[in-house]
Design a protein around this ligand. Structure first.
Ligand code: DQA
Length: 150
């Protein structure tokens, strides 16, 4: 099973960006934890391969989704960052991919400004994990592979 983890704009700055909101965990920390968990949950008959991609560019994220869907990706974990609240084009890409997507946000967007309360992909994703920090990505991975958490 191949899962691509997509991070949108400014998430490359995790660790130093508004640490009071996003914490001190870096994107590299998150990616390492995801790869470790995937390795731990892999079995010989069901290897789990996690790849990660971050871009500050909407089109690059769309290209990645299209390439994954046309290639060998089975599911996505997606934190679109600020594009969550604005991007019809990313919504269209998620729909066109027709693959399971779990939307993740580090912060509790509902406890923040009202413009963050709307997600343009909320109704086209498999599920959403919000406000649990970096752990949200790991929970999303477990959900996508059907792991029971043990
Ligand atoms: C975010 C929330 C967004 O509103 C914000 O623009 C981000 C990060 C989160 O993970 O909490 O860049 O997606």
């Amino acid at each position: 099973m191949r899962i691509d983890v997509l991070h949108g704009p400014n998430l490359n700055l995790l660790g130093t960006r508004e640490p009071e909101i996003y914490g001190h965990t870096t994107l590299a920390d998150i990616e390492r934890a995801l790869v470790d968990l995937a390795r731990g949950l892999s079995t010989p008959d069901r290897p789990i391969d996690v790849t990660c991609f971050q871009s500050n560019h909407e089109g690059a994220l769309i290209d990645r989704i299209q390439a994954g869907a046309a290639g060998n990706i089975d599911a996505f974990i997606f934190n679109p960052g600020g594009y969550t609240h604005t991007s019809v084009a990313l919504r269209d890409a998620v729909i066109a991919a027709a693959l399971p997507v779990v939307e993740v946000h580090l912060s509790n967007v509902y406890a923040r400004e009202s413009f963050r309360h709307r997600s343009l992909i909320a109704d086209v994703v498999r599920g959403r994990i919000i406000g649990l920090g970096a752990q949200g990505y790991l929970l999303a991975l477990r959900a996508l592979i059907g792991a029971d958490g043990s």
